[in-house]
Design a protein. Structure first.
Length: 312
């Protein structure tokens, strides 16, 4: 059993342990404990995975640009995300004097919380008993993802409006325009998969794949991938910030923990989109690709016999 299998089976084990100990509790306590445990699991998985995701991306970008990437904080720079977390936590929280303070405070929360909520209905992997490691396998799972995923647009516009800064407002308006524009083809590309499965349930969408949907609907996958790249502000569609034109976009006036919430939401949404796309690939094929890619990356970044190129 590898580390990934242990993590995915942990969900099922905790769920079984919880179900076996709640028989004597009142119904309101069961609902409360169920929600608390779910929030703790999602937060733990979300923050840990995003930190690993950030480290991997920075190391890969360093390879692409013929430099080392993170390498000072801990062995191979593994503690760099931890150091960045500590840094943003102790930074001063600056609020514009003429800005709307309540909306300014609420905007990053409105962006971050929906990104967190997406993982409640995403199957992580099949468990040893054949079930899916998922917190809430709703019968409207994909509709839930579409609805919750659009809430972040409201937070982005709130951030631009509350900053009382014309550059922030222009950046927010451009971000909202781009995100709404690309959401329409994204949703339309999902409909083809739903028609083939006959269900909105994420667990069933994964289980119904005798042939990966990515092979049956390559055009739908391509449309979804392009739309998702624009939604996530990823290259080459990362014009929402446009630092040379409007400073840093809608979060120009944010610092410290508030800015880090925008940062976490962006990477968390990227992780959620990756998980949804992976749902269009059979888990066995996904595991093979994942293991080979991770082995190749670690071989060239961690293996002392194949060191990273020296900085120029």
């Amino acid at each position: 059993m590898n580390a990934w299998d242990y993590i995915t089976q942990l969900f099922g084990w905790l769920r079984g342990l919880f179900d076996g100990t709640i028989t004597t509790l009142p119904s309101w306590a069961v609902v409360l404990l169920d929600g608390i445990i779910g929030i703790i699991l999602i937060l733990s998985f979300f923050t840990t995975t995003v930190m690993i995701f950030i480290w991997l991306e920075r190391r890969l970008v360093g390879r692409f640009q013929i430099r080392l990437g993170p390498n000072r904080a801990g062995r191979f720079g593994l503690l760099q995300p931890v150091a960045d977390t500590i840094k943003v936590l102790i930074k001063e929280d600056i609020v514009p004097a003429r800005g709307d303070k309540w909306v300014h405070w609420l905007a990053p929360v409105v962006v971050f919380v929906p990104a967190l909520m997406l993982f409640a209905v995403i199957p992580i992997a099949p468990t040893y008993d054949g079930a899916n490691a998922i917190l809430a396998d709703l019968n409207i799972g994909i509709l839930y993802i579409i609805a919750i995923g659009t809430l972040g647009i409201i937070g982005i516009f709130m951030a631009g409006w509350a900053s009382n800064n014309k550059y922030s407002l222009l950046g927010a308006m451009r971000a909202v325009a781009q995100m709404i524009s690309y959401e329409i083809p994204m949703v339309l590309s999902i409909i083809g998969v739903l028609l083939m499965v006959g269900s909105l349930q994420m667990g069933r969408i994964v289980a119904e794949q005798s042939i990966p949907f990515i092979l049956l609907q390559p055009l739908g996958f391509l449309i979804y991938f392009i739309g998702a790249s624009a939604e996530l502000n990823r290259c080459p569609m990362d014009l929402l910030e446009a630092e040379s034109e409007i400073v840093a976009g809608y979060h120009t006036e944010y610092s410290g923990i508030k800015f880090s919430l925008f940062y976490l939401a962006e990477y968390g949404n990227a992780l959620a989109v990756s998980a949804i796309i992976a749902g269009a690939v059979h888990f066995a094929a996904l595991a093979l690709v994942r293991d080979q890619a991770l082995h190749c990356f670690l071989r060239h970044n961690v293996d002392p016999e194949h060191p990273a190129p020296a900085a120029r």
